[in-house]
Each structure stands twice: as structure tokens, then as C-alpha cells.
Design a protein around this ligand. Structure first.
Ligand SMILES: Cc1cc2nc3c(=O)[nH]c(=O)nc-3n(C[C@H](O)[C@H](O)[C@H](O)COP(=O)(O)OP(=O)(O)OC[C@H]3O[C@@H](n4cnc5c(N)ncnc54)[C@H](O)[C@@H]3O)c2cc1C
Length: 521
């Protein structure tokens, strides 16, 4: 990390508060002109904002709702090396993913990423799947080494025996277990948290980040953007030299020249104890397919997400798509093939679904959505550039390809670390999970509870989130509502039983904070 540009913890420019939003809104509504207006505050939009501002361009980002309101909070939360794309015969996407994983995990956001063992069971009745998986995992090792992933971050793939497998995944079915093949990939602590960290980093370099600002129209010739502050209802026009449409599955609403083939992916939330894979991902081949798996993804707080499906979806409500009950049942049925004690929908603590903004290339014309390439699309018409498709893992590259069409200044994001990256002070009093979410800002977050000890309590019973995190969300991370705290700064909303107590506790916390503020001001 020596040749990477780091920000100081709590860099003043990075603080996204309601007051900062008001000032930025005033600037734009008052006729302020920017080089680049980015529409959409998912990972693609914030990535473009960071790339453009660090190349010396003035930037404003307009997001209709909250940061990570769309697909970027519904992913599997993997920064992955693209092994699946190798299996699908798409080496270019696999290579791009492996290179980007090395940059994110090694330089840009090492504090938000950790290695995850993917354990593919080797059962007597289907030894072929485990052998194929090991071959693929070894090919992944080749990509990892060639892409320059930091030595020691991801161990080599290997076959392990049944006893070691049971130690790694205590819930695995013992009958006919011969062992497992184990490969390694990278897991994010949370996808919405990555979006917020990129947005704050862009802000630290000078980008204006406006949430709750919807764009209704882009004039591709003049670069004028018609926007509405959805909090006040005030309509205004933003003037920009270039407008970047980074609205994911909504991209065609602002650019009718593109066609997307959105695909729905569902995850189920279960207690990790039922899966028994607390440190690794139980990775179960989907019978009758090659390169498709059901994965358990362990999270802090004793829960795991298990996913995922991939099929076409009709246009509709993309922001909060419902997970189909048949998908929930199917995911748990496949997972149960590898478990000692099968799990079913009654074991689920919750479920969530997201819509992938897939771009269908000509050679994908007849493909099912699971087979459509994860390549991204960058298309320019006059003053507007649309960027969509791709993946969370490749957001930096998508941004670089976009901003290359705007300026000749070289891209700098290979050498820029996100806020929170960098040396960490020794503070054994800070809970370990906060280091994983906030990197070297964890002590600042924890110290918010120094005078209000109640903020150091979990927000919902058994949840792994503390009151200080909500306080930090409101003060520094652009959270404006209780919903932002429940659904995006924390992920308490993903467990049905946590939503109601968390909403109650956070409504109280936000109310206390507002009255404390009034007293001070
Ligand atoms: C189930 C699932 C699992 C996945 N797992 C992974 C994974 O593990 N790893 C990986 O690398 N990728 C994964 N992906 C892919 C990845 O999540 C997406 O490619 C990525 O999040 C898309 O980000 P985006 O910013 O383009 O879109 P979005 O996150 O949807 O952002 C678009 C934003 O634009 C805003 N917007 C829309 N219209 C307007 C408007 N008119 N004005 C202002 N704002 C507007 C929306 O509110 C939204 O916030 C997964 C996807 C799915 C669905």
C-alpha cells in the first residue's frame, strides 16, 4: 500500500451530512456548472464520480433515492475472480474480474474485503462435480497469480479429506462424503457499504453527492439535466459539459437507444448454525448444469445469505423486487442436497432479490439470462454517456472506460485508496466487526458512544450493528431517513424479525439526535 494515496480518517471533505447536501443543492440550483453530472448513486455512478473528480473534473452526482438504493445492495457481496466466466467461455470478463479483484482487495479497499473459502463437497454419487470444480479453482489460481493478487491473500485451491471438510462445514452431510475441493475468492463486508465508501472518497476529492434528487430528463445536445429535489419538491436544472447515465436497470428510461435484459437474482437469509459453514462458503453444484452453484455466504451476527437464482424478469418495480417463493424453496432444496439436516422455507429469516442490468450482445441473442455476458456497455450520444451492465467487481474499470471518453487526463483510481483504508491504531476496546466495516475510522465511530453509552448497545437484539453506526450514518454517510439506516447503512432490514425493533430503535435515536442538535444550535 506504500504507493497508494490514502485519506486521513474522517477527512473533512468526505463527510456527507444533510447540511452538506443543502449547500451542494444550492450551488447547482443556483446555476452552478459542472464538467460532469453523474446520474445514479449505485456502484457504477459513484465509481464514475470518483474517477472523474480524481482526474481534475468538477463533478455532481444526482441519486433519486439513497446511495445503493438499487441493485448495488442486492448482490452476493463477492468481489470475485470471474471463475464462472472462464467456465462459460468468456475469458475476457474472467480476466477483467481477476485484475479488478486484485486492485480492490490489494490497494483500493483492503479493509472492506476478506478471503472466503469456497467448499465444493465431493460426494461418492457425484465425484465428477468436485473434480470439475477443482480444475476450475486451479484455473482461478492461475488467473489470480497472473493478475497480481497480493501474495498470501488467497491460498491455493486443493482437495481436502472428509474430516477436514466436516471441521470447515460442520453441517455437511456425512453420508458418502469423500472430502471437498476448496478454492478461495474475496467477500465484501457489505455491498452498500462499498458504495458509501466510494461516494465519500469521491466527495473528499471534491465531488458533490446529492441523494433524493431525481432526474426526469437529460438534454443530450445541451447537457442540461432536469432534476427535482424530492425532499422539497423543488425542480431545477443542472448544467454539465457531459452527463453520465449510470442508472443501472433504469438506464433505458433516460436513454431510449439501449436495450437491457434485466435478470432477477434471489438470496435467502438463514441462521449460519443451520448451514454450519461459519468461515467458508458451502458451494453446492446445481444438478444438470456446469459452473452453476448455490452458495452459502456467512455474515457477521450468525446469519448467512444463500443464493442465487438468475432468470428473466418483467419490467416493474426494480427498486424493491420481491423474492419469488418458488425461488426461495428451490435455493434451499439445492443447498439441502449437501446438508446433514435439510433446510426449508420455514427456516428462513428473510429473503431478498435484485435485478441485474444485463446488456445483451448480438452473440447472446438467444441466451437465457444466466448465460448472458456480464460485459459492460459504455455508449456516447452527443453530451450523454450511458454506462451499464458489468458487475460490482468491475466498477472501477467501467468508470475508467467511461471517463476516458471525457478527458485525456490519465485514470488515477488504481492508486487511490477508499476512505477507511490504511494503518489502524491499536484500540482493543473497539468491537472487531467495526474494523471490518469502517477500517481505520472504526475508533471514530466507536467514540461517538463515549458520552451516550446507549449508542454502544446493539440496535436490534442479536443484530451485529451498534447505535454508533446509525449516528455515524446520519453525520457522515449521507443517511437522511430511518429507512436509509435500516436498509442500507446497516442491513438489519434483511432479517424480518429485526426490521420492526430496528425501525423503532432508530426512529428514537434519530429523534433524540435532532432534539440534541436543536439545543446546541
Ligand atoms: C442477485 C445479484 C447478485 C449479484 N452478485 C454480484 C456479486 O457477488 N459480485 C459482483 O461483482 N456483482 C454482482 N452482481 C451485479 C452487481 O450487483 C450490479 O452489476 C451492480 O450493482 C449494478 O450497479 P449500478 O450502479 O449499475 O446499478 P444500481 O445499483 O441499480 O444503481 C442505479 C441507481 O440509479 C438510481 N436512479 C435510477 N433512475 C434514476 C433517475 N432518474 N434519477 C436519479 N437516479 C436514478 C437508482 O435509484 C439507483 O440507486 C449481482 C447482481 C444481482 C442482481
Amino acid at each position: 500500500m506504500t504507493d497508494v494515496t490514502l485519506l486521513r480518517p474522517l477527512d473533512p471533505g468526505s463527510l456527507l451530512s444533510a447540511g452538506r447536501r443543502d449547500r451542494d443543492l444550492q450551488f447547482l440550483a443556483g446555476g452552478g456548472v459542472v464538467d460532469v453530472a453523474v446520474i445514479g448513486g449505485g456502484i457504477t455512478g459513484v465509481g464514475v464520480a470518483l474517477d472523474a473528480v480524481t482526474r481534475g473534473l468538477s463533478v455532481a452526482l444526482l441519486e433519486a433515492d439513497d446511495l445503493a438504493n438499487g441493485t448495488s445492495r442486492w448482490s452476493s457481496k463477492l468481489v470475485h475472480g470471474g471463475l464462472r466466466y472462464l467456465a462459460k467461455g468468456d475469458p475476457a470478463v474472467a480476466w477483467e474480474s481477476a485484475v479488478e479483484r486484485a486492485i480492490i482487495a490489494g490497494r483500493m479497499a483492503p479493509h472492506l474485503v476478506h478471503p472466503l473459502a469456497q467448499v465444493v463437497p465431493d460426494f461418492a454419487e457425484d465425484r465428477r462435480s468436485a473434480r470439475l470444480a477443482l480444475l476450475g479453482q486451479r484455473a482461478g489460481d492461475g488467473l489470480r497469480i497472473a493478475a497480481g493478487t497480493p501474495a498470501g491473500l488467497l491460498p491455493r485451491a486443493r482437495h481436502i479429506d472428509a474430516d477436514v471438510t466436516r471441521r470447515l462445514v460442520p453441517g455437511i452431510r456425512s453420508t458418502d462424503l469423500r472430502g471437498s475441493s476448496v478454492g478461495w475468492d474475496c467477500q465484501l463486508i457489505d455491498d452498500a457499504r462499498l458504495v458509501v465508501a466510494v461516494a465519500r472518497t469521491a466527495a473528499a476529492y471534491g465531488a458533490r453527492i446529492l441523494t433524493r434528487t431525481r432526474v426526469d430528463e437529460i438534454d443530450q445536445t445541451s447537457g442540461e439535466v432536469s432534476a427535482v429535489d424530492t425532499r422539497s419538491g423543488q425542480a431545477f436544472t443542472v448544467r454539465a459539459t457531459t452527463v453520465v447515465n449510470a442508472t443501472g436497470v433504469w438506464a433505458a428510461d433516460l436513454d431510449d437507444s439501449i436495450t437491457l435484459h434485466p435478470s432477477l437474482g434471489t438470496h435467502v437469509v438463514v441462521p449460519t448454525a443451520l448451514v454450519g459453514a461459519g468461515h467458508g462458503s458451502l458451494t453446492v453444484p446445481v444438478p444438470g448444469t456446469i459452473g452453476r452453484f448455490i452458495l452459502s455466504l456467512p455474515q457477521p451476527g450468525g446469519i448467512s445469505y444463500v443464493g442465487l437464482t438468475d432468470h428473466e424478469v418483467d419490467p416493474g418495480s426494480y427498486a424493491n423486487p420481491s423474492p419469488p417463493t418458488e425461488d426461495v424453496a428451490w435455493i434451499l432444496e439445492i443447498l439441502s442436497l449437501a446438508l446433514e439436516r435439510p433446510v426449508g422455507p420455514a427456516d428462513a429469516l428473510g429473503a431478498f432479490a435484485g435485478v441485474r442490468p444485463l446488456v445483451q450482445a448480438d452473440d447472446d441473442a438467444d441466451a437465457a439470462s444466466a448465460d448472458i455476458s456480464r460485459r459492460h456497455l459504455v455508449r456516447r450520444t452527443d453530451r450523454m454517456i450511458t454506462v451499464t451492465g458489468g458487475k460490482l467487481t468491475t466498477f472501477r474499470r467501467m468508470a475508467a472506460d467511461t471517463v476516458d471518453l471525457i478527458t485525456e487526463a490519465p485514470c488515477r483510481t488504481r492508486d487511490i485508496a477508499l476512505i477507511g483504508a490504511g494503518p489502524q491504531e491499536a484500540r482493543p476496546d473497539v468491537p472487531p466487526v467495526l474494523w471490518r466495516r469502517y477500517g481505520n475510522e472504526a475508533p471514530v465511530v466507536w467514540d461517538l458512544g463515549e458520552l451516550r453509552q446507549e449508542l454502544r448497545q446493539p440496535i436490534a437484539p442479536q443484530g451485529s450493528y451498534y447505535g454508533v453506526e446509525a449516528e455515524f450514518g446520519l453525520a457522515a454517510e449521507a443517511a437522511l431517513t430511518v429507512e436509509d439506516l435500516v436498509d442500507r447503512r446497516t442491513r438489519l432490514g434483511l432479517v424480518e424479525g429485526f426490521r420492526e425493533p430496528a425501525t423503532r430503535a432508530l426512529t428514537q435515536l434519530a429523534g433524540d439526535r435532532a432534539s440534541a442538535r436543536e439545543l446546541v444550535e
